[in-house]
Design a protein around this ligand. Structure first.
Ligand code: GLV
Ligand code: MG
Length: 349
C-alpha cells in the first residue's frame, strides 16, 4: 500500500463545497516575503505605500510578536487585509505553531474574516506531513463554510531537525503546498548548533588550508546552511513547489545578507524574507537575474530555436541542457520585467 493518498484522491477537495485543489501552483514573482508586525498601527499605516515595493506582504503572528499582543496582531492582520487592495502583490500570514494556544484562533478567525484575500498561510515548525494534513483538512472545512473560491496555499518553515529529515514527505503532503523556507534560527536551536546568529556564516565554521612551513595558515569560511538548502531545493523541485531562504538577522551587515541570499538563489531558491526595509532592495537585486546572464541566456535561446542540437557561443558549448538552463533564467527575467518596468528596461524585454 502506498503511504499517501492515491493519485486520484490526491486532487479531490477535502470538504464538500471546498474549492478544487490546484494542479499547478500559480506562477508568481516572489523575490521577497516582507514581514510586517500587524499589531503596530504605525506599521499597518505603511502598507499602502509598500504594496508596490514588494512581491509578498506577510502579516506575522508568530515569533517576534509578544504573547500579550497575539490577539492584537491577529486583529491587526484582519484589518490590514480588509483595508488594502493588494493587486498582484501576494498577501500571506505566518500563524503560530500547531501546538500553541493561539493557532486555532489564528486559522479560524483569519480565514473566516479575510480568507478570500489570503494567498498563503506560512506554517512554522513543521515536523512532518501530518502537520500539513491537519491544516489542509481544516482549511478545506473553513473554505467550504465561508464559500471561499480559491484554495489557500500552505508554505512550511523548515526549522526542526525532524522537519529536515521529513522534507520530502512535507513537500509531497498536499496540492496546497506552495513551498517552504529555511528557518535558520529555530533550526540552529533544535539541532543544538552553537550559534546565536540568525542565518549567514560563522567565523569558526571553516576549513583550514594545509600547513606550509612557517607560513601563516589561511582559514576559509564555509556555508553552514549549504546542506539544508540543497536538501530543501531538491525536495521542492521534485514536487513542483518553491524553495526560499528565510531570515537574515544582522541588519547592520547588508553585504553578508546579500551573500547569503545569493548562495540560496544560485542553489535554486526563489526568494528570501525581508525583515527590515533595507533587505527589500537586497532581495530584489539578488532574486532578479543578472542582466549579463539574461542577455547570454537570450543568445542561447535564439541560437537554438527548438531547444535541440549543439552550438558554440563565445567558446562555450551549448546543447539541450544549457538551453534549459537559459530558459530558467530568461523565464524569470520575463516575470521580473512584467512586474518591474525598471528591470524591463535593463533587460530590454
Ligand atoms: C525563522 O522562523 C527562523 O526560526 O529562522
Ligand atoms: Mg522560526
Amino acid at each position: 500500500m502506498p503511504a499517501g493518498r492515491t493519485p486520484r484522491q490526491f486532487f479531490r477537495p477535502l470538504a464538500i463545497g471546498a474549492p478544487a485543489p490546484l494542479r499547478e501552483q500559480p506562477v508568481r514573482l516572489e523575490r521577497m516575503i516582507h514581514f510586517v508586525p500587524p499589531h503596530i498601527e504605525k506599521m499597518r499605516a505603511k502598507i499602502p505605500a509598500m504594496i508596490n515595493q514588494v512581491d509578498v506582504i506577510l502579516g506575522n503572528l508568530e515569533d517576534a510578536i509578544p504573547a500579550d499582543q497575539k490577539d492584537a496582531a491577529r486583529q491587526g492582520f484582519i484589518e490590514m487585509a480588509r483595508d488594502n487592495d493588494f493587486g498582484a502583490t501576494g498577501l500571506w500570514t505566518r500563524i503560530n505553531c500547531l501546538n500553541s494556544p493561539w493557532v486555532l484562533d489564528d486559522i479560524i478567525e483569519v480565514v473566516s474574516a479575510v480568507g478570500e484575500k489570503l494567498d498563503v498561510i506560512m506554517l512554522p515548525k513543521v515536523d512532518g506531513a501530518w502537520d500539513i494534513h491537519y491544516l489542509d483538512q481544516l482549511l478545506a472545512q473553513l473554505e467550504a463554510r465561508h464559500g471561499i473560491s480559491k484554495p489557500i496555499g500552505i508554505h512550511a518553515i523548515l526549522e526542526t531537525a525532524e522537519g529536515v529529515m521529513n522534507v520530502e514527505d512535507i513537500a509531497a503532503a498536499s496540492p496546497r503546498m506552495h513551498g517552504m523556507s529555511l528557518g535558520p534560527a529555530d533550526l540552529a536551536a533544535f539541532r543544538g548548533m552553537k550559534t546565536t546568529r540568525v542565518g549567514g556564516g560563522h567565523p569558526d565554521y571553516q576549513v583550514l588550508a594545509d600547513a606550509d612551513g612557517d607560513k601563516p595558515r589561511v582559514g576559509f569560511q564555509q556555508d553552514l546552511w549549504h546542506y539544508t538548502v540543497a536538501k530543501m531545493v531538491d525536495a521542492c523541485a521534485s514536487y513542483g513547489i518553491k524553495a526560499f531562504y528565510g531570515p537574515f538577522g544582522d541588519f547592520s551587515d547588508p553585504a553578508a545578507c546579500e551573500a547569503q541570499f545569493r548562495n540560496a538563489f544560485l542553489q535554486g531558491c526563489h526568494g528570501a524574507w525581508s525583515l527590515h526595509p533595507s533587505q527589500i532592495d537586497i532581495a530584489k537585486k539578488v532574486y532578479s537575474p543578472d542582466p549579463g546572464e539574461v542577455a547570454f541566456a537570450k543568445r542561447i535561446l535564439d541560437a537554438m530555436p527548438d531547444g535541440t542540437g549543439a552550438v558554440m557561443i563565445d567558446g562555450k558549448m551549448q546543447d539541450d541542457a544549457t538551453w534549459k538552463q537559459a530558459k530558467v533564467i530568461y523565464d524569470l527575467a520575463e516575470l521580473v520585467a512584467a512586474k518591474d518596468p525598471e528591470y524591463a528596461e535593463i533587460y530590454g524585454i
